[in-house]
Ligand binder design. Structure first.
Ligand SMILES: [Ca+2]
Length: 404
């Protein structure tokens, strides 16, 4: 168990940002970037990019310090999942989504018929990704990706995406000026990264362009197309909020434990709403993101399809829940725990140091809670006979402190 350390990368980037923002004589950093652009040319050429496209894409482009800043942003306080869910699945977003369902009814009828993907999920993804197209990101994608590739931040990702972005530009789906997105290069209503765009975006309205920047039909159909190839199963849910019986050890089952819903039911895990599972043979895993005291879920195949869109489970849960709310379902039966039990950065570092002292964790205490820290917390909880959920709570920190 090792804590991942990004210290070296951070120092390197801090220096780079200093060079970009201050310090350097006029033109010095641009010359360096221009050299990088020339060094990257053979890679682009080998991928089929013409010199004309390449020159057009990089004309007048300079690195964007804001992109580096965003890439390195590390929140002082990692927000509890309940706070994230409340923000993402807000009443305002639910109301706006319900309006979008009405406005786009005929389109969604047709897309649902063609791709077999639930309209509520499509609209939920649209809402979470770009707030229904109102926040698609305003950074030029070529500039953002070139900045990342040049700076060395997420360089492998950035080089691959930059090539894909140049291909989009070369094919003419969008103009250079309109090719905007997030600092990481996620584009348009659906926030597709360039490689995803090249593989799965569709020209639904048949005008010759796959326009996820301006065209709602192309955008929603592209999302449906992507979920379809991510093995979405028509007519099935993403999952259910469940009731876990008292005394059931949530973390005695791992996140990879797969059982049929009927078998979970035999263990006493029933739907929190009290309704029956529609298909008892569906395979599901138990997911309790806030530990033993928060809401718990049985998640199904379609939850994994949503994870193709974004690998964060909190994201998939937000999309699934927003979809249910758009359908008219209520909030979760069980509330999220209040944030009193969550740790700030200095507390997370202290927790890791104490786990290192106990021989349960190795590496530098950097306050980033990754799989190694979760495993170490689980090991500690097991040793103490506590509920084993791996959740790095204030309660755990206080116990560790007492033991010195
Ligand atoms: Ca189109």
């Amino acid at each position: 168990m090792r804590i991942a350390s990004d210290i070296k990368a951070l120092i390197g980037l801090a220096l780079l940002v200093m060079v970009l923002v201050a310090g350097a004589p006029a033109g010095a950093s641009a010359a360096t970037f221009a050299q990088w652009v020339e060094q990257f040319w053979p890679t682009a050429r080998a991928a089929g990019i013409t010199r004309d496209t390449y020159d057009r894409a990089f004309k007048g482009v300079t690195p964007d310090p804001e992109v580096i800043e965003s890439a390195n942003f590390q929140p002082e306080y990692v927000k509890p999942i309940g706070e994230y869910m409340d923000r993402v699945v807000s009443d305002k977003r639910i109301a706006m989504g319900q309006q979008k369902l009405v406005e786009n009814k005929a389109l969604l009828d047709a897309i649902e018929a063609r791709y077999g993907v639930d309209r509520h999920i499509l609209v939920a993804i649209w809402g979470v990704e770009s707030n229904y197209g109102t926040q698609p990101g305003d950074k030029n994608v070529i500039r953002s990706l070139a900045t990342l590739a040049y700076s060395g931040t997420k360089a492998t990702y950035a080089r691959q995406q930059l090539i894909a972005a140049l291909k989009i530009l070369q094919r003419g789906d969008v103009t250079l000026e309109a090719m905007n997105g997030s600092w990481a290069g996620a584009m348009g209503h659906t926030q597709f990264i360039p490689t995803t765009y090249n593989s799965f975006a569709v020209d639904y309205d048949g005008d010759g362009k796959r326009d996820i920047w301006n065209d709602v039909p192309d955008s929603l159909a592209s999302t449906a197309s992507y979920l379809k190839v991510s093995k979405w199963r028509p007519g099935e849910s993403w999952g259910y909020e469940v009731e876990v019986p008292k005394g059931f050890k949530v973390a005695s089952v791992s996140e990879s434990t797969v059982k049929a819903l009927g078998d979970w039911q035999k263990l006493g895990i029933v739907r929190a709403s009290g309704a029956a599972y529609p298909r008892a043979t569906d395979k599901a895993t138990l997911f309790a993101p806030a530990g033993a005291n928060g809401p718990a879920f049985l998640v199904l195949n379609n939850f994994r399809s949503i994870l193709h869109y974004n690998t964060a489970k909190s994201y998939a849960l937000a999309v699934g829940h927003l979809a249910d709310r758009l359908r008219g379902d209520g909030p979760f039966v069980h509330p999220w725990p209040t944030d009193e039990n969550h740790l700030a950065l200095d507390q997370r570092v202290e927790l890791q140091r104490l786990l290192v002292t106990k021989g349960l964790l190795t590496g530098d205490a950097d306050g980033v809670i990754g799989p190694a820290t979760l495993q170490a917390v689980k090991a500690y909880q097991r040793a103490k006979g506590l509920p084993v959920d791996g959740f790095p709570s204030l309660t755990i920190l206080e116990l560790l402190r007492k033991e010195g």
